[in-house]
Design a protein around this ligand. Structure first.
Ligand code: NAD
Ligand code: UDP
Length: 323
């Protein structure tokens, strides 16, 4: 049985990846310090004999007994309000945490895939963004703690690949959504759905003309699975190219939820990217991958998840245990 370590396993993406690797017949070691994660995301796996959970901060030395075939490094706050609250932990997990995971991969002879992000392109001047673009990032802006940690992660991953011959993969993930996002994590989809469910107005930042391209989680997981098993060490964009303005997105959520609330406008956060759309030519070519789930279908599944949560979860302040 192949053994895989998934860091950030109690988070949104880590928990879905854990499900997928269990389903594919792997033994999964999930690691998380629960800073933004939630054990409820992996509750269903805790009694599975092919799953174990280790509570650990990956920015500190990692010890795993036995062999490891693969490491998926997904530990990191991912939502702007999360990483603004814990900028130093965010920088540490992207740098020291990644370094520890790479060292572990080298020691175990494991292949490692690291979770990078469309944020490495910053507020992009090239549209759509392809992997050749070096980006337009403000290192000293509020998002710098996340963007530069992720850029460092890519650099150290390539250094371990070139210098130590470690088998590495880098996925640049564009905005992904689905069940198990935290309603209070501040990202636009849970923010809008949470507001609709609580009977509050939907808060659009800026004039709503900024764009994003939303990928349903199952599509992303399929892309990551294929990338891990591919022989492509350079970064690959994985995301859904269907682009929409945030204003239009708010209207879609109003229609989906049937809320009678309206849109209200709030100031645009600093360095909020004006446009974002993945060029997935490379993923199509090297992974034979493209997204299959339309936004309409993905939003319906995600809304069903949120509206079936116990009501008190709509009002949970935050599960950030260490903030
Ligand atoms: P999430 O906050 O739901 O999950 C992150 C998990 O990492 C949490 O469970 C958290 O507790 C854990 N974690 C954070 N710091 C840790 C540390 N020092 N040690 C151990 N565990 C730690 O976020 P997510 O959306 O699932 O994102 C997962 C990864 O994917 C992140 O690396 C993020 O940068 C990347 N990513 C996500 C998206 C997206 O749209 N969801 C987009 C781009 C990149
Ligand atoms: N946004 C918004 N209202 C909210 C939350 C977010 O208008 O309540 C906007 C935000 O300014 C950004 C977009 O939605 O332009 C996506 O934000 P998110 O935090 O989901 O991710 P980002 O892509 O900015 O990292």
């Amino acid at each position: 049985m192949k053994r895989v370590l998934i860091t950030g396993a109690a988070g949104f993406l880590g928990s879905h990846l854990s499900d997928r690797f269990i389903k594919e017949g792997y033994y999964v070691i999930g690691m998380d310090n629960l800073v933004t994660g939630d054990l409820r995301n992996i509750e269903h796996l805790r009694s599975n004999p092919h799953f174990e959970f280790i509570h650990h901060d990956v920015s500190k030395h990692i010890v795993i007994d036995g062999d490891l075939d693969y490491i998926l490094n997904f530990a990191s706050p991912a939502s702007p309000i999360d990483y603004l609250k814990i900028p130093i932990q965010t920088l540490k997990v992207g740098s020291l945490g990644t370094h520890n995971c790479l060292g572990l991969a080298k020691a175990k002879g494991a292949r490692i895939l690291v979770a990078s992000t469309s944020e490495v392109y910053g507020d992009p001047l090239v549209h759509p963004q392809n992997e050749e673009y070096w980006g337009h990032v403000n290192p000293v802006g509020l998002r710098g703690c996340y963007d530069e940690a992720k850029r460092f992660q890519e650099a150290i991953t390539m250094a371990y690949h070139r210098h130590h011959g470690v088998e590495t993969r880098i996925v640049r993930i564009f905005n992904t959504y689905g069940p198990r996002m935290r309603l209070n994590d501040g990202r636009v989809l849970p923010a809008f759905i949470g507001q609709a469910l609580r009977g509050e107005d939907l808060t659009v930042f800026g004039d709503g003309s900024q764009t994003r391209s939303f990928c349903y989680v199952d599509d992303l997981v399929e892309g990551i699975y294929r990338l891990l098993l591919s022989d492509h060490p350079m970064p690959v964009n994985v995301g859904n190219p269907a682009e929409i303005t945030i204003g239009q997105f708010a209207e879609e959520i109003i229609k989906l939820t049937g809320t009678s609330q309206k849109v209200i406008y709030k100031p645009l956060p600093q360095d909020d990217p004006k446009q974002r759309q993945p060029d997935i030519t490379l993923a199509r070519k090297v992974l034979g991958w493209e997204p299959k789930v339309s936004r309409e279908e993905g939003l319906r599944i995600t809304y069903d998840y949120f509206r079936n949560l116990p009501e008190e979860r709509l009002y949970e302040e935050s599960n950030h245990r260490q903030f």
